[in-house]
Design a protein around this ligand. Structure first.
Ligand SMILES: [Zn+2]
Length: 179
């Protein structure tokens, strides 16, 4: 993916010690992932990479917001994202994911691309409940028109339900009367 080339780190050429990288995560980034739940946002990722003789230690500090669809009004809202994550790439014989944090990469490799990891960090941080800030209670920032329409819809549904319940009770009464 050419668009993700800036996330490529040619660590072989780096000196031992600490190196800093920074990335901007936005629409362009998310559009590189077909299955992305997030389509837009404004997130900054600061990466501190420490190269040691036998491993790379990566500290990600991810901050910003992504646009998510509100569960209540279906309008987009900015979801704050704050993530601190660590990854360790150990130099070994062949590629192996030892754990969520530790990955073995073959010594023949010269580069890593951190885009996929940043993408996963962000998706793991997305909340299960997605609502406009202001919360479920007051729905301060929800699209009020949509909320009104949704509420009217659910009211008319429950009214219909009540009506049919009453009707069936009438039927029962009628049976009692005329049997
Ligand atoms: Zn909303």
């Amino acid at each position: 993916m050419a668009a993700l080339k800036e996330f490529q780190i040619a660590y072989v050429g780096l000196s031992l010690g600490k190196h800093e990288f920074s990335y901007k995560i936005n629409e362009k980034f998310f559009s590189c992932f077909n299955e992305s739940e997030v389509k837009s946002g404004n997130v900054k990722c600061a990466l501190l990479l420490e190269k040691k003789s036998d491993m790379l230690v990566l500290d990600f500090s991810i901050k910003g917001y992504v646009d998510l669809e509100c569960d209540l009004c279906l309008d987009d809202y900015p979801q704050d994202i704050i993530i601190d994550s660590k990854l360790i790439f150990k130099f070994g014989e062949f590629y192996l994911e030892q754990s969520d944090e530790i990955i073995v990469i073959p010594t023949t490799q010269a580069e890593i691309n951190v885009a996929q990891y940043i993408y996963e960090f962000i998706h793991l941080a997305l909340p299960a409940k997605r609502v406009h800030p202001g919360g479920l209670g007051d729905r301060m920032n929800c699209d009020k028109e949509v909320i009104k329409r949704l509420e009217n819809l659910s009211h008319s549904k429950s009214n219909k339900k009540k009506a049919t319940q009453t009707d069936s009770r009438w039927e029962e009464l009628k049976k009692l009367k005329f049997d």
